[in-house]
Design a protein around this ligand. Structure first.
Ligand SMILES: NC(=O)C1=CN([C@@H]2O[C@H](COP(=O)(O)OP(=O)(O)OC[C@H]3O[C@@H](n4cnc5c(N)ncnc54)[C@H](OP(=O)(O)O)[C@@H]3O)[C@@H](O)[C@H]2O)C=CC1
Ligand SMILES: O=C(O)CCC(=O)C(=O)O
Length: 477
C-alpha cells in the first residue's frame, strides 16, 4: 500500500505510517498515513515561518484564485470525498457528502472574503493627521483538529488562515487523516507557494505537543476535548501566543407543552443521534415540561425504533458506527453510569453486530434523569441522550443554563413569547428555535460560552478577528 505522506516545505515526505481503519468494517484499511515526528513538526514550522513574509504580502487575487479552485475541486469530487469521509469516520454517506459540500462552500466563502479585505481611514483628534486602521496577518498558525468533522473543521480553519495571509502547520486527528490529506493535496495543486501550508499527520502527544512548545507559532486554533484545550491554553500563554479553543458541549433542548410534537421529535432525534451523537453541538439533554412529557417520550421512542444502525456506506443507514473502540467504551461506560445513577433506560443501550465488524451501538435514551447526574453534566459524545422533567418554562430554562458548557441550545415551542425569551436568556453561543441544536450554516459565527469555547468566534467574516492583528497608523499630512 502506498503511504500518504506529510507535506513539509512543499515536499511530500515520511516513511513511517499508521493505518486508517474503517469503523464500519474494521477489516478495511482505508490507507496508510504518515506518522510525523517532533522533528518533522519543527521543519514544518520553519518552512511556514520562511514562507510568511511573501504570502502575507501576496495579492488578494492570488489568494482568491487558490481558495476558489479548491472549493470547486472539492465540490466536483463530493461523491468520492464523501465516501472517503464515511469510510474513515463512520458518518453515513449522505451526512458525509453534506459535510464535503459544506467544506467546498467554506472555501468559496473565503475566496470571496479575500476580495473584500478592507481597513478604515478616519480623522485624528489632532489637526492635519490621518489615522489608518488595518488588519495584518498573524503569522504561523498551528491548526489542530478533531476526528468528528474530518473535512469541515479543517476547511473552516485553513480557508480563513490563508485568506488573511497566514501560513500554516496543520495537524489533523490521527483517526481521520484521509480527508485532511485530500484537501492539502488539492490546495497544493491549486498553486499555493511552497511552505505556506504544511501538513504533519501524527500523534497529538508528539506533533501537537511540538507545535505547542514552539515560540515560532503565533496562533493556535484548536477543536477537541476540554483536557487538550487546557493544554493548548497553558502552553500558548507561556509563549504570549493567540489561541482559539472549541471544546465540548452538553447542549440542552427544551420541549414545552405547546410544542408541535412532530417538530420537537424530529429536532430531538436529529440533535441527539444523527452523526452517531458525535457532534459538539449534539443535544444530549432533553428538558421536557410535564404536560407533553409522556407523549414526547413515546413519540421519540417510536422514532428511535425506525432508525437503522449499520455500515455508513449502506443505503438506508440512519446512524453509522461509533468512531473507534475507545469512544465505544466511553459510551457504554456512561450507559452503565446512567443506570447506576437511577435514570431509566427507555430505549437501546446495547452494542450490536452487523454484517461487517464495526463499533455499532443502539441509540440510547434515558428518562427520569436529573440534571445533577453525571450523564447530564459530562459530555459523552455518543448516541446517548437523557430526558429531564421540568414543571414549566422557567424551570426548564434554569436547568438548560445549569451546565459548565454553553455551545448551543434549542427550544421547541409555538409560543413567540417563550422563543424570544429563550433566545435572549439562554447562556449559549448558538440558539435554535424549532430546529436541531446541531447543523449550522457556514457563513455565520460559530462558537460558545463558558467551558465550551475560548477566544474569538470561528467562521463567517467574524473569523478575521482571530486570524489577523489590528494595526493603527498615524500620518502627518
Ligand atoms: N468539541 C468537539 O468538536 C470535539 C470534542 N471531543 C471530545 O473529546 C473527547 C476525546 O476525543 P479526542 O479525540 O481524544 O480529543 P483530543 O482533544 O485528544 O483530540 C483533538 C486533537 O488534539 C490532538 N492532541 C491530543 N493531544 C495533544 C497534545 N498533547 N497537544 C496537542 N494536540 C493534541 C489530537 O491528536 P490525536 O488525534 O492524534 O490524538 C487531535 O488532533 C471526545 O470524547 C469528546 O468528548 C472530541 C472531538 C471533537
Ligand atoms: O453542528 C455542526 O454543524 C457543527 C458541529 C461541530 O463543529 C462539532 O461537532 O465539532
Amino acid at each position: 500500500m502506498t503511504i500518504y505522506q506529510n507535506l513539509i516545505a512543499g515536499e511530500w515526505v515520511g516513511t513511517n505510517a499508521t493505518k486508517n481503519i474503517n469503523p464500519s468494517d474494521t477489516n478495511e484499511v482505508v490507507g496508510l498515513y504518515a506518522d510525523g515526528s517532533a522533528e518533522d513538526t519543527k521543519n514544518a514550522i520553519a518552512a511556514a515561518k520562511a514562507a510568511f513574509p511573501a504570502w502575507s504580502r501576496s495579492g488578494i487575487w492570488e489568494r482568491h484564485v487558490i481558495l476558489k479552485k479548491t472549493g470547486d475541486e472539492i465540490m466536483a469530487r463530493k461523491g468520492e470525498l464523501g465516501a472517503l469521509l464515511a469510510r474513515e469516520e463512520g458518518k453515513t454517506l449522505p451526512e458525509a457528502t453534506g459535510e464535503v459540500i459544506r467544506a467546498s462552500q467554506i472555501f468559496e466563502f473565503f475566496a470571496g472574503e479575500a476580495l473584500r479585505l478592507a481597513g478604515e481611514v478616519i480623522p485624528s483628534v489632532r489637526p492635519n493627521i490621518g489615522v489608518e486602521i488595518t488588519r495584518e496577518a498573524l503569522g504561523v498558525i498551528g491548526i489542530i483538529t478533531p476526528w468528528n468533522f474530518p473535512i469541515a473543521i479543517p476547511a473552516w480553519k485553513i480557508a480563513p488562515a490563508l485568506c488573511y495571509g497566514n501560513t500554516i502547520v496543520f495537524k489533523p486527528a490521527e483517526l481521520v487523516p484521509a480527508c485532511s490529506w485530500a484537501i492539502v493535496d488539492i490546495l497544493n495543486r491549486a498553486g499555493l507557494p511552497k511552505g505556506v501550508l504544511n501538513l504533519v499527520m501524527g500523534k497529538g502527544s508528539v506533533v501537537g505537543q511540538a507545535m505547542l512548545e514552539s515560540p515560532d507559532v503565533a496562533g493556535i486554533t484548536f477543536t477537541g476535548s476540554t483536557g487538550t484545550g487546557r493544554r493548548v491554553a497553558a502552553a500558548s500563554i507561556e509563549h504570549n501566543r493567540k489561541f482559539q479553543l472549541e471544546m465540548g458541549g452538553k447542549n440542552p433542548m427544551v420541549v414545552l407543552d405547546d410544542a408541535d410534537l412532530s417538530v420537537a421529535v424530529e429536532a430531538a432525534a436529529n440533535s441527539g443521534f444523527f452523526s452517531t451523537g458525535q457532534r459538539c453541538t449534539a443535544s444530549s439533554r432533553l428538558i421536557v415540561t410535564e404536560g407533553i412529557h409522556d407523549k414526547f417520550v413515546a413519540a421519540l421512542t417510536d422514532k428511535l425504533k425506525t432508525l437503522v444502525v449499520d455500515n455508513a456506506l449502506k443505503a438506508g443507514t440512519h446512524i453509522g458506527p461509533v468512531v473507534d473502540e475507545r469512544q465505544l467504551k466511553t459510551d457504554t461506560d456512561y450507559i452503565e453510569i446512567g443506570k447506576k445513577e437511577g435514570a431509566k433506560l427507555a430505549f437501546g443501550g446495547e452494542v450490536i453486530s452487523r454484517e461487517t465488524p464495526g463499533f455499532y451501538l443502539q441509540p440510547t435514551l434515558f428518562t427520569e434523569a436529573t440534571n445533577q447526574m453525571r450523564i447530564s453534566r459530562e459530555e459523552i459524545f455518543g448516541p446517548v441522550v437523557s430526558v429531564i422533567r421540568a414543571k414549566d418554562y422557567d424551570e426548564a430554562l434554569a436547568i438548560a443554563n445549569d451546565t459548565p458548557f454553553g455551545l448551543s441550545a434549542g427550544i421547541a415551542t409555538t409560543s413567540l413569547k417563550h422563543a424570544t425569551h429563550f433566545k435572549r436568556n439562554s447562556e449559549a453561543g448558538m440558539v435554535m428555535v424549532n430546529l436541531p441544536t446541531a447543523g449550522v450554516d457556514f457563513h455565520v459565527p460559530f462558537g460558545g460560552r463558558k467551558g465550551s469555547s475560548y477566544g474569538p468566534r470561528e467562521q463567517g467574516k467574524y473569523a478575521s478577528e482571530f486570524f489577523t492583528v489590528v494595526k493603527t497608523a498615524y500620518t502627518l499630512a
